[in-house]
Design a protein around this ligand. Structure first.
Ligand code: GMT
Length: 369
């Protein structure tokens, strides 16, 4: 099949998932064209049949907001003509689904342009609070040949916010369980001092409540030797580090920024902490689970669908509860080892690439019939 994938290139979850879909399809012999305004970090090189197409948006003094959606629609048409793509798979509805509809309208005389839209989370939850995007997004979802969401929670939320007539199918995110594995830790790692490592990975946006992660960690490290790794970057970084300083544990908190080989760091951690206000899925947690790292998270959005009976869920905005759940896991080696095992097992059984990618292929085939 010849498939065009459209996504944001940023480190955020939707771009990562879209890029991994592109990698996985190309590895399976499909002809894949990824369109984005920058080359996504995880896009693999050297795979035959996998190509990147930059969407260039021209700056012009008159344009306070350069019209990316128009540039994208044009690029989609060009790629369709050059590579004869059968179908586009757009990740994140705003504005990608609208651009896809525009591209389809512009080539109506040369045949139908098919597109599948995958919703990731903030494309729906932001729309819920910003009416400016609601009508065009609902329209573009109705026009999609198929709509998928990364969790049951998000599919239901989509119906609630948009009331679309179109069914929203659940296709969960997935993880390469060979790459993200407990054995992936770098060899120099030595834990002879028994210090526990807690990790948090995100884009440090307000919705992630990184300061709550730090507050929970402050309580944990008061009870046992521990260190917090903050991985990723974003607007709340300085605030989170200031909270660590206020709570007297700044010297135990390390901020790494965006790292290239997260799969080599994650298996070295004992626990993943998440304090998000909302999370349609929680891809970083799935990657941690695949590395055998149990997750303690706020019980929000689709997180329960990912964690299942593994790790622990605590109420939102309650760092004490987060700390207690973390301590319960970290202070009992038998419970911790079991949680590590079942986390990995769940990732492999339910979310391995092979288990999920076929569901996208089935949808593409259905659309093309
Ligand atoms: O919030 C982010 O991390 C970015 C955002 C995105 O769309 O880029 O992530 C959303 O999509 C991810 C991939 O499907 C999910 O794992 C995240 O849970 C989701 N974020 C939120 O719902 C806040």
């Amino acid at each position: 099949m010849r498939i065009g994938i459209v996504c944001y290139p940023t480190v955020g979850g939707s771009g990562v998932v879209a890029t991994e879909v592109a990698n996985a399809l190309a590895v399976r012999g499909h002809d894949v064209h990824l369109l984005s305004y920058d080359r996504p970090a995880r896009l693999r090189r050297g795979i035959a049949g996998l190509r990147f197409h930059e969407v260039a948006v021209t700056a012009y003094p008159l344009f306070r907001f350069p019209p990316y959606d128009l540039a994208l629609a044009t690029r989609m048409l060009e790629v369709r003509e050059e590579a004869r793509v059968d179908l586009f798979h757009v990740h994140y509805a705003i504005p990608h689904a609208v651009s896809a509809f525009l591209a389809r309208s512009m080539c109506a005389d040369t045949g139908c342009l098919n597109f599948v839209t995958t919703l990731h989370g903030t494309d729906i939850t932001v729309v819920g609070s910003d009416r400016a995007y609601l009508r065009p997004t609902r329209f573009a979802l109705e026009q999609s040949n198929a709509v998928t969401a990364v969790s049951r929670y998000l599919a239901e939320e989509t119906q609630l916010v948009f009331g679309v007539k179109q069914p929203v199918e659940v296709v969960p995110n997935f993880v390469d369980v060979e790459t993200w594995s407990p054995a992936g830790a770098e060899r120099f790692y030595d834990r002879s001092n028994e210090e526990r490592v807690l990790v948090h990975v995100s884009n440090f946006r307000p919705v992630k409540r990184v300061a709550d992660v730090v507050r929970a960690f402050a309580k944990v490290q008061a009870q046992l030797p521990a260190r917090l790794w903050l991985i990723g970057d974003g607007p709340d970084r300085e605030h989170a580090l200031a909270v660590a300083a206020d709570l007297g544990c700044r010297n135990r908190v390390e901020h790494f920024g965006v790292v290239d080989h997260l799969e080599k760091m994650l298996p070295r951690a004992d626990l993943f902490l998440s304090a998000s206000e909302t999370e349609s899925f929680g891809l970083s947690m799935l990657e941690a689970m695949s590395c055998g790292v149990p997750c303690v998270s706020t019980a929000v959005g689709g997180v329960a669908e990912v964690l299942g009976p593994t790790g622990a869920l605590t109420p939102f905005a309650d760092p004490n509860a987060l700390a207690e759940a973390a301590l319960a896991l970290l202070t009992d080696p038998i419970v911790h080892a079991e949680q590590s095992r079942v986390s990995r097992e769940r990732a492999v059984e339910l979310f391995a690439t092979d288990k999920v990618i076929g569901r996208y292929l089935e949808i593409y085939e259905r659309v093309l019939q």
